[in-house]
Ligand binder design. Sequence first.
Ligand SMILES: Nc1ncnc2c1ncn2[C@@H]1O[C@H](COP(=O)(O)OP(=O)(O)OP(=O)(O)O)[C@@H](O)[C@H]1O
Ligand SMILES: [Mg+2]
Length: 345
Amino acid sequence: MNKNAKRQFGHTVLEVKELSTHLFLKHETLKAVDGLSFTLHRGETLGIVGESGSGKSMTALSLLRLEPKPAADVVGGEIWLEGEDILKKNPEELRKIRGRSISMILQDPQSSLNPVFSIGSQVVEAFRVQEDHRKSRKAELKERAVEILRRVGIAEPEHRMSNYPHEMSGGMKQRIVGGIALSGTPSVLIADEPTTSLDVTIQAQYLRLLKEFQNTHQFGLIFITHDFGIVANLCDRVLVMYAGKGVEYGPIESIFRTPSHPYTHALMHSVPSMNKKTEKLVSIPGQPPMLGEIRSACVFAPRCSYADERCRTDVPPQFTGLSNDETHTAYCWRLEDRNWKPKAY
Ligand SMILES: Nc1ncnc2c1ncn2[C@@H]1O[C@H](COP(=O)(O)OP(=O)(O)OP(=O)(O)O)[C@@H](O)[C@H]1O
Ligand SMILES: [Mg+2]
């Protein structure tokens, strides 16, 4: 469990209220993000977890207004970054905010680096774009690029500047992408499954590096993952997403102690444990819903072993103050009974 969980955080750097992003496809509209709310403070790490297709990446892209246009668009809600309303910014203003105030490490590091340019020129270009500083001296930018490569743990960075992406390992590329994202010292950094392509040792190193940077720069970190184990080690707060919705949200200790939504409980128990003797990996029965379906019920009801008639006909309200924590919330009809807890899958 995160030892820092009880520490105090700085001011609010990001506030998201009822964010909705829709995908307008030929024959239907998908609610990829559906009324999502959360808050992030300086120095705090928020984990966003959920199965594939639950809307994690779409949420991240929406925060930077990089949702894949024209198919996707933010259709509702508010995004406040350092007190500024992101949804009111024009493209030019957004370009300046990206990298400088909010940065993102993409899910696939390979696709973030251009195969035909050297590593050095790509880091230099990132500085140039972020700072809008076309007049900076080339030598000065190059020096800063070497420094950032050194800081993310690339040995002999001067020499590596002239290498191309294909000459580097997956772990090195991931570090470089991280370095580029951090070069503008943003107040919010979003890391979208940055470790899925790395082996376990490199993964641990990378997470340590990210934490080290966060301790130095105190940015708010949004870490997107399938892996509840990483969440337990890294995050202060968790948002559990299912079918575009934030079904449970709260401080890490509270969610681990008392997962309140049946989906959170199921996800946590689908993690294999080294300490427990399990015969097989627990999996959540059924398939995630189609995002285009009309939501006149609990989205998880078709897969939930606790669902009754009302769950299949009425959208559950938000229950707050779960496990005696005002900020721990979940959407599930069962929570009307304050003593109710999901048990086993
Ligand atoms: N460019 C796109 N065109 C059409 N549909 C898309 C596009 N990008 C995402 N989607 C759909 O939007 C929904 C949310 O996708 P998203 O990528 O946010 O999921 P995710 O939680 O990040 O999943 P994963 O864990 O696999 O990365 C999914 O139903 C997905 O199929
Ligand atoms: Mg994703």
